[in-house]
Write a protein that binds this ligand. Structure first.
Ligand code: ATP
Ligand code: MG
Length: 566
């Protein structure tokens, strides 16, 4: 029975046109789409010469009859859609009837296919888009497509292909990406007849994930899920400390179609939020399963871009799924690592005049405040490594805390919270500080210095280049005010400090300037106090700049180091 039909002009004209075959990996991508759409359970890809010499994709899918074979290399010949309305509810990876004709026109192609119900199959040969032969052959059910000498008839395009190695890397990347959502199907990639990738059909998503990310990251992945009618988000999220400078380990799928989409990337970044350093991308997989009517896949000729009809809903759901999971994970961590033993009142918030980093023991004496509702136990502190890191024994192993980053986070969060509640606590300096600036800086400060009073900084122009600092935020100690203000002046000049982002930056600057430095020795109480403060915070796994605050060396890792286990 024939399944393929040529689309009418009306539909054909609406399909996003453009170049389909860019490089060998695009051929692999299109042939994989076809095998998956044909319901194949096993797909074998075999590549030679970086795909320039030969690409072969064989499957055990539904196959094509003799007539379908003749049609499949015609433009706009497809079995997957019929009408314009089908184009708005695409359920298959292919829908344009463009892939095979595009590949056929730039290579020597040979398709052997047999639907299971037929006794024999057929081999169809075409080169540079020209029909060569169609012969009956014995073949197993399914389809096998061989593409030889890509761009043989377009020497310039062929010359611009990269080295076989580079092209091969793209092919491996494609196969891995394509296989990920189809864990119930087997994929195998042979390069020069050697098996390079083998994904058995286990039906287990986690196995595929570890093929993609490696064992370590895969083991750390957190699963997030968010449901609403016609939309399910399933995400596998690596904790923020596994982030990278590039988004190359962020995989996004819409109805199992791998896409590259800035919009989704933005949602993911927003979900991770301040847990990520600026310019960093998490390692994660996001599956978006959505009613096909709610998404337009006919946007770009490579089918790798899509448009959501209700983009805002999708955006919000992604952000919520990620945010909720990451903060839940942190809470769980806090609860297992620091079980309740005794209560300890917060310090900074009640000690506005005591700007120093006071040991907790003093605080307990000075504070008449009731104990906090969820007091947490102190981790067992081992010591202060290099006067820079606080080392602790935690349930899972060795916990290392960067003291500067940790304190910075504490000050930052408190400033932010106080500011949000409109009550930045200030301290009036008994003796105002006299500060000198350059002529240019003084001019800017004289004009815009008033803006700083919102943040608890009261500056008074004393004349010339001299200013008097009368009042400062109570939380900020050990700030070198001259340096701090100099660093702030460019922002003031640009009229910043208006929006939330700029305000956040202000807090970061404040926190950074007032936080205890590395190579500053801490007493035991100070360390324990800092740790407790940190655990009160909202997002304590990074400093405001996104640098990690703590790191673990787990017992299994330590045991490996000492070769107690292999
Ligand atoms: N491996 C395969 N097994 C069974 N049928 C196939 C296979 N490959 C292609 N076909 C048939 O050939 C038709 C044309 O394939 P082609 O890839 O050119 O277009 P498409 O998949 O319909 O759309 P697109 O251009 O978006 O990929 C398909 O619609 C399908 O019916
Ligand atoms: Mg196709």
């Amino acid at each position: 029975m024939n399944k393929i039909r040529i689309l009418g002009e009306k539909v054909a004209s609406q399909i996003a046109a453009g170049e389909v075959v860019e490089r060998p990996a695009s051929v692999v991508r299109e042939l994989l789409d076809n095998s998956i759409d044909a319901g194949a359970r096993r797909i074998l890809i075999s590549v030679e010469g970086g795909g320039k010499r030969k690409i072969k994709v064989s499957d055990d899918g539904s196959g094509m009859s003799k007539d379908d074979l003749l049609l499949c290399v015609e433009r706009h010949a497809t079995s997957k859609i019929r009408s314009v309305s089908d184009l708005f509810a695409v359920r298959t990876l292919g829908f344009r009837g463009e892939a095979l004709p595009s590949i056929a026109s730039v290579s020597k192609m040979e398709i052997t296919s047999r639907p299971e119900e037929n006794l024999a199959g057929h081999t169809f040969k075409v080169a540079g888009g020209k029909f060569l032969s169609l012969d009956k052959t014995g073949s197993p059910p399914g389809t096998s497509v061989v593409v030889r000498d890509l761009f043989y008839n377009l020497p310039v395009r062929r010359k611009f292909l990269r080295s076989p190695r580079t092209e091969m890397t793209h092919i491996i990347d494609t196969v891995t990406r394509w296989a990920l959502p189809f864990s119930d199907r087997e994929f195998r990639l042979d390069v020069e007849q050697k098996r390079v990738v083998y994904f058995p059909a286990t039906g287990d998503q986690v196995v595929r994930l570890s093929n993609l990310f490696g064992k370590e990251v895969a083991a750390a992945l957190l699963e997030a899920r968010e449901n609403s009618p016609g939309l399910t988000i399933t995400a596998y999220l690596a904790p923020p400390e596994y982030s990278r400078n590039r988004g190359d380990r962020l995989y996004v799928y819409v109805n199992k179609r791998n896409i590259r989409d800035r919009f989704v990337t933005r949602a993911v970044l927003e979900g991770y939020g301040r847990r990520l350093m600026k310019g960093q991308y998490p390692q994660a997989v996001i599956f978006i399963d959505i009613d096909p009517m709610q998404v337009d896949v006919n946007v770009h000729p490579t089918k790798q871009e899509i448009r959501f009809r209700d983009g805002r809903l999708v955006f919000r759901k992604i952000v919520t799924a990620i945010e909720r999971t990451l903060s839940r994970e942190f809470q769980a961590f806090v609860e297992t690592e620091f079980s309740v033993r005794e209560s300890s009142p917060p310090l900074f918030a009640h000690e506005p005049s005591q700007m120093e980093f006071i040991p907790a023991s003093h605080a307990t004496i000075q504070n008449a405040e009731p104990p906090m509702p969820t007091p947490r136990d102190e981790p067992l502190i081992i010591g202060n490594l290099g006067n820079t890191y606080i080392l602790c024994q935690a349930r899972e192993g060795l916990l290392m805390v960067d003291q500067h980053a940790a304190h910075e986070r504490v000050v930052y969060e408190k400033m932010r919270r106080d500011f949000g509640q409109g009550k930045v606590q200030t301290q009036i300096l008994l003796v105002p500080l006299k500060l000198e600036f350059s002529v240019k800086e003084a001019k800017i400060l004289a004009e815009k210095g008033r803006l700083l009073s919102r943040f608890g900084i009261e500056l008074e122009h004393f004349g010339g280049n001299t200013f008097l600092l009368r009042e400062v935020p109570a939380l900020l100690s050990r700030v070198k005010w001259e340096d701090f203000l100099s660093e702030l002046i460019p922002d003031l000049e640009k009229g910043m400090l208006q929006d939330q982002l700029a305000v956040d930056e202000m807090f970061m600057l404040m926190a950074c300037h007032s936080a205890i430095r590395a190579r500053h020795s801490l007493a035991h109480e100070e360390m324990s106090y800092l740790l407790r403060q940190l655990l009160e915070m909202d997002l304590p796994s990074n400093c405001p700049h996104g640098r990690p605050i703590f790191r673990y060396l787990t017992y299994p890792e330590i045991e490996k180091m000492f070769k107690r286990v292999v």
